[in-house]
Design a binder for this molecule. Structure first.
Ligand code: PMP
Length: 289
């Protein structure tokens, strides 16, 4: 991924993609002092750019460091990077980390760096394929107790167990893994939140120990607008047997129906379809008359 053409915004400058490098003694690499964002631009406009920039700064604050750019500056830099790379439908990856000026657990004087990379990611909307649903494994690792980690931060360190779980799921032929939380309740997937449908109502775990995704919040709003009741509550894995539909929601996943989680089966149906379509319409830039 590092040998591409194009430009990456790094500490306020546009650098050629291949030259956007770090020193091996970067604190963020050794100690996980790093936060990032995952965003998508549709037809040249980042969906919820402002909210992503706010979450980015908040993620760093939760790790006790401050990103040296304001929300407005971050938004401008993202726009500039998309324009510089001539992209319209793309993924946007801001990242911020403690640098290599100090090498120990304590790194108060290490500089805070920031970069933004963008890459082509066309939105392929094929409802028939989506409605087949993806298959999920159940991960061995659980989301940690909020007393053990800053779980509302999109912190790189919290993704260690996600990568392990995703790799194990793929090795076993699944698309992804559903993770439980520290108390054994249903939590989320390795890079997306999860929702279930029963008797025409949505049931989704309370985001109290994992990321309350922007897509999760958007989809809850879209469902309510359509008169679909949303129940945010504790969900035990045994309950999966009684759910009709299931789908995952996230910036990358958008709304993706699920057909299978371990021993449980679901049939993507009317509510999944309604929300797949509503979300696809929602992310398109609004045309102001
Ligand atoms: N949970 C995890 C672990 C994620 O990585 C993501 C993707 N950022 C989400 C949930 C969904 O968040 P969002 O809808 O803001 O992309």
């Amino acid at each position: 991924f590092d040998q591409r053409d194009g430009f990456i915004w790094k500490d306020g400058e546009m650098v050629p993609w291949k030259d956007a490098k770090l020193h091996v003694l970067t604190h963020g690499l050794h100690y996980g002092s790093c936060v990032f964002e995952g965003e998508r631009a549709y037809n040249g406009v980042i969906y919820k750019s402002h909210q992503h920039a706010e979450r980015f700064r908040k993620s760093a604050e939760l790790l006790d460091f401050e990103i040296p750019y304001s929300v407005q500056e971050i938004e401008a830099a993202k726009k500039l990077t998309i324009a510089k790379n001539n992209l319209t439908n793309c993924y946007v990856r801001p990242v911020a980390w403690r640098g290599s000026e100090m090498m120990a657990v304590a790194a108060q004087n290490a500089k805070i760096h920031m970069a933004i990379a963008v890459w082509d990611w066309p939105s392929m909307f094929d409802i028939a394929t989506k409605m087949k649903g993806i298959r999920l494994d159940i991960a061995e690792y659980r989301r940690p107790d909020p007393a053990c980690a800053p779980c509302a931060s999109k912190a790189a360190g919290l993704y260690m167990i996600c990568t392990i779980s995703k790799h194990r799921a793929e090795r076993r032929g699944y698309a992804d893994a559903m993770m439980l939380d520290w108390q054994g309740r249903v939590a989320e997937c390795t890079g997306a939140n999860i929702m279930f449908v029963k008797d025409g109502e949505i049931h989704t775990p309370i985001a109290d120990c994992f990321l309350n995704g922007l897509t999760r919040q958007t989809v809850i709003g879209l469902a309510k607008d359509k008169g679909i009741k949303v129940n945010e509550r504790r969900i035990m894995p045994e309950e999966l047997a009684g759910f009709d539909e299931c789908f995952v929601v996230g910036t990358g996943a958008e709304v993706t129906p699920v057909s299978e989680i371990g021993p449980y089966r679901f049939t993507p149906g009317a509510i999944s379809r309604t929300l797949v379509e509503a979300y696809a319409a929602e992310v398109q830039p609004k045309v102001h008359a």
